[in-house]
Design a protein around this ligand. Structure first.
Ligand SMILES: *Cc1c(COP(=O)(O)O)cnc(C)c1O
Length: 351
């Protein structure tokens, strides 16, 4: 077809499977196994459907924004909210990565970064993690058009100490450095305090993992007010009403219930510690994880085989047929019961 000559062609991001079958143990997309805070259910029940005829408020004029500002003790002019952090990241790519020089990110990382770079025509270079899956800050201290990495990194779970994050931000004052903290609440140290010191740092977080709200699509980022203004300008040039009325009403309850949030994160950290022991007993090796998943390789049995055998048992984990990581499984931390089922299945497969 002739019109295809003028089509933007992209290879889309492939998310993990969302099996609809009942009884599946889903440890493949890093969702939280616990329900959102109790206040979220109450807010959902109280949702005034009549009001849905109206357009939603702009996110920056909402209680959600105020709750986030109060929780993180920053100004509302230092926060930008989007439809999941994927939306925030995509708008940030569009806004800040306009240089002819390549944007740098790790070779093993969130597989959406190269998809956004491709769709927006942004040049990029991948920097190899070392043999222990660590990011080498020196690789990022060369001329570039911007830097992005997750901390902890995905899918490895490896955390970079804050001093190294700062080293990268400080060495790149002429470009924007984005730290994707999707998993920071599971034991890492956030770079958030650095936003007052560095006007080129953008810290991105999400409600999808630690706040159990992947289905509601709420993400946000924090940075210097000038960065936030540029993001808003681009967002309002694409679609101004991004968050819907329900997300704005429900999200605020997830932020307000600090105790529940801490408790869920703590439970996941404890289950992760237990999982480290159990996986070690069954012959797996893995880097220390600071996220709600473990990136593990078995000493003798190929990852693909374990992945397929688990799936036959209705246990879904994530496996990528990709260079350097094709012998690893990324296992999301579920409830203790779900993890017990996993250990039993692994005992059958690996002994
Ligand atoms: C899950 C994830 C996101 C995106 O999450 P949203 O659901 O869009 O908020 C972003 N970055 C990384 C590294 C992730 O793992």
């Amino acid at each position: 077809m002739k019109w295809e000559e003028n089509v933007r062609k992209v290879v889309p991001y492939t998310p993990g499977e969302q099996p609809q079958k009942a009884g599946v143990i889903k440890l493949n997309t890093n969702e939280n196994p616990y329900a959102p805070a109790p206040g979220v259910a109450k807010a959902a029940a109280a949702l005034n459907v009549e009001k849905l005829r109206l357009y939603p408020a702009f996110p920056e004029k909402t209680e959600l924004m105020e709750a986030l500002a109060a929780h993180y003790q920053i100004g509302t002019d230092q926060i930008f909210i989007g439809v999941g952090s994927d939306d925030v990241l995509s708008i940030a790519f569009m806004t800040f990565f306009q240089s002819d020089k390549p944007v740098f990110f790790p070779d093993i990382t969130y597989s959406f970064y190269d998809v956004w770079a491709d769709v927006y025509g942004i040049p990029y270079e991948r920097k190899a993690l070392d043999a222990d899956f660590q990011i080498c800050p020196a690789d990022y201290c060369k001329p570039n058009g911007g830097v992005i990495f997750p901390n902890p990194n995905a899918p490895t779970g490896v955390l970079m100490p804050l001093e190294k994050v700062e080293e990268i931000v400080a060495a790149n004052r002429d470009v924007v450095v984005i730290v994707d903290e999707a998993y920071i609440d599971f034991g890492g140290t956030s770079a958030l305090p650095l936003i007052d010191k560095y006007d080129n740092l953008l810290v991105v977080q999400t409600f999808s993992k630690s706040r159990s709200m992947a289905g509601m699509r709420i993400g946000f980022c924090m940075g210097h007010p000038a960065l936030i203004r540029y993001l808003n300008d681009v967002k309002y040039s694409v679609n101004s009403y991004t968050l819907n009325t329900a997300a704005l009403a429900l999200g605020v309850e997830a932020v307000r219930d600090e105790a529940y949030f801490r408790e869920c994160c703590q439970k996941i950290i404890q289950t992760r510690e237990k999982a480290e022991e159990e996986l070690t007993k069954r012959g797996f090796i893995f880097p220390k994880s600071y996220a709600n998943f473990i990136f593990a390789s078995h000493k003798t049995i190929p990852a693909r085989e374990i992945f397929e055998r688990l799936k036959e048992n209705d246990i879904y984990v994530r496996w990528w047929n990709k260079e350097r990581i094709d012998n690893y499984l990324r296992i999301t931390i579920g409830t203790d019961e779900q993890m017990e089922a996993l250990y039993r299945a692994l005992y059958e497969i690996c002994g």
